[in-house]
Design a protein around this ligand. Structure first.
Ligand SMILES: *[C@@H]1O[C@H](CO)[C@@H](O)[C@H](O)[C@H]1NC(C)=O
Ligand SMILES: *[C@@H]1O[C@H](CO)[C@@H](O)[C@H](O)[C@H]1NC(C)=O
Ligand SMILES: *[C@@H]1O[C@H](CO)[C@@H](O)[C@H](O)[C@H]1NC(C)=O
Length: 191
């Protein structure tokens, strides 16, 4: 315990000295006291996804495709290891004809043997509306959960340095091939 406290103290001292030393030179001004500008603390968008399905060959209206399934000879009921890459339109409201905000680009990987879980990593590129910039989001979408909590890990533009929570719900899903769905994302952002 004593050792750990001493260690923390030394680290803090080294950090303080580092800041003090750095602030001497104006050319390489210290970043220790810099603050991020505050962007929006709440932001909502809706993501619309239509999967490409070779059976109906909807090549003229899709925004996501599955990669090849793993080369295995045993059953894989939850498509473990399959990736889907997407470039999805984002809108301000739940309808796909609502005002456009930009697009989400990224992928998800099905990562459970026993249920549908979709591990998402994507950027929301917000190019229209009051706020513009990138929001980087990742986290697990477990299908049975009514609300899925993902994490905002960063951003650019009006969302520079944003961190926080991305609460996502399924707004609607249509399983008729090609499968399509809409997800809502309510963001609580901190800077
Ligand atoms: C799948 O695995 C089998 C057995 O290892 C191999 O013979 C076959 O070439 C693989 N197929 C592909 C598409 O990689
Ligand atoms: C919105 O969704 C409907 C129903 O799936 C579809 O027919 C229509 O083409 C979509 N519109 C846009 C702009 O994507
Ligand atoms: C966001 O989209 C705009 C418009 O297409 C583009 O100019 C910009 O480079 C995009 N940003 C990223 C990080 O993809």
């Amino acid at each position: 315990m004593a050792n750990r406290c001493t260690f923390s103290f030394v680290v803090m001292l080294a950090f303080a000295l580092g800041c003090a030393t750095m602030s001497v030179s104006p050319a390489s001004a210290s970043s220790c006291k810099r603050k991020l500008p505050c962007g929006p603390s709440k932001f909502t968008f809706y993501l619309h996804n239509t999967v490409y399905n070779p059976a109906v060959d909807n090549r003229n209206y899709f925004n996501s495709i599955y990669s090849l399934p793993p080369n295995i000879s045993f059953p894989n009921p939850f498509s473990f290891g399959v990736r889907n890459t997407f470039e999805d339109p984002l809108t301000e409201g739940p309808s796909n004809t609502s005002k456009s905000l930009g697009k989400a680009q990224g992928f998800y990987v099905l990562n459970s043997f026993t249920e549908y879980t979709l591990f998402h990593i994507f950027t929301a590129n917000i190019t229209e509306g009051k706020h513009k910039g990138i929001i980087n989001i990742f986290g697990q979408v477990r299908e049975v959960d009514p609300v899925r909590y993902l994490t905002v890990v960063g951003g650019t533009g009006d969302f520079l340095g944003a961190r926080g929570l991305a609460s996502s719900t399924l707004v609607e899903i249509d399983h008729t091939p090609p499968a399509k769905w809409t997800l809502s994302f309510d963001l609580d952002l901190y800077y």
